[in-house]
Design a binder for this molecule. Structure first.
Ligand SMILES: [Zn+2]
Length: 295
């Protein structure tokens, strides 16, 4: 048996928890019990990852329940599915931030109105033209300079590079944000801002719309969910799904793969990798002292 956290083989028995064998990893010092591949979960890992995949593919919770019952003969409750979606959206979103997608830096930024729990919000997205990698997604209550700036800054953090050019619409916030961030840079190397004021570029418009529509679809059933944080986490999970799991129709691969990232395109492997990353963070103290228990 390998460690559920870091996949190490240096695992020893460490007593029982109830009637289940407990194990201790001598590499990352975590303990875990036998059962699900995902630590601290009672349900088999593939049931969890398949449910999350179905969720972000747009299936209703009822349809997810039917499919899981058909595939695995197990009934999962509404709240359980949502708990999985939230837990692993947060975990994987944090993990993918550590990766460096090789994007070309020609970005298209756009904002669209979205209804969240009956309240109008703005969803911003910045997409790399060549790889279709979504370098920044952002949810806000208004369309101010600060919010546009937040999108720009997010893209710098994710892409770990300066953009080459940014295509945007006529929203003044884009110009203000651009000026705040890039105006003081030397002319060579400074990104260019291209405003498509009054121009309807059908091709680009369509590309962005498609991203919107799948998201809008997914946020619809969240009407019963309260709180901005909840929606934000769902959005993060949706971005992970868009960049890392779903094959782009034209590219025939995921935007992550198009960006040269060597990651498998499914939730199961993403969760495994994210768990490992979290368990083996270098500057993190071991969760407990390493005590070897021989049984
Ligand atoms: Zn371990």
């Amino acid at each position: 048996m390998n460690c559920k956290y870091c996949d190490s083989e240096k695992v020893v028995k460490a007593g029982m928890k109830g009637n289940k064998q407990r194990y201790l990893c001598k590499d990352c010092c975590h303990t875990f019990i036998e059962g699900s591949d995902f630590p601290r979960m009672r349900t088999e890992s593939h049931i969890i990852s398949t449910s999350i995949d179905f969720y972000f593919e747009g299936l209703s919770i009822r349809k997810i329940q039917t499919q899981i019952e058909k595939l695995y003969g197990v009934h999962v409750s509404h709240t359980t599915v949502m708990r999985w979606v939230f837990k692993y959206s947060a975990l994987c979103s944090k993990y993918v931030e550590t990766l460096s997608p090789q994007v070309l830096g020609i970005y298209h930024i756009d904002e669209t109105a979205i209804k969240c729990s009956g309240v109008q919000k703005w969803f911003w997205e910045m997409i790399d033209e060549q790889t279709r990698f979504l370098v920044a997604g952002h949810l806000s209550g208004s369309r101010t300079t600060e919010e546009a700036l937040a999108v720009f800054e997010k893209s710098l953090k994710v892409a770990k590079r300066q953009p080459v050019s940014i295509y945007c619409d006529g929203l003044p916030a884009y110009v203000d944000a651009y000026n705040k961030l890039f105006r003081t840079m030397k002319k060579e190397g400074r990104p260019e801002l291209i405003r498509r004021v009054g121009i309807r570029n059908v091709h680009n418009q369509n590309r962005i719309e498609r991203v919107h529509s799948t998201l809008k679809d997914r946020l619809k059933p969240t009407r019963g969910l309260k709180g901005e944080e909840t929606v934000r986490t769902l959005l993060e999970g949706w971005i992970v799904h868009y960049n890392f799991v779903r094959k782009h129709q034209t590219l025939k691969m995921t935007p992550a793969q198009a960006s040269g990232l060597n990651v498998k395109n499914d939730w199961h492997n993403l969760v495994k990798d994210a768990t490992k990353e979290e368990a083996t963070k270098k500057d993190q103290l071991p969760p407990r002292q390493l005590i070897e228990v021989r049984v």
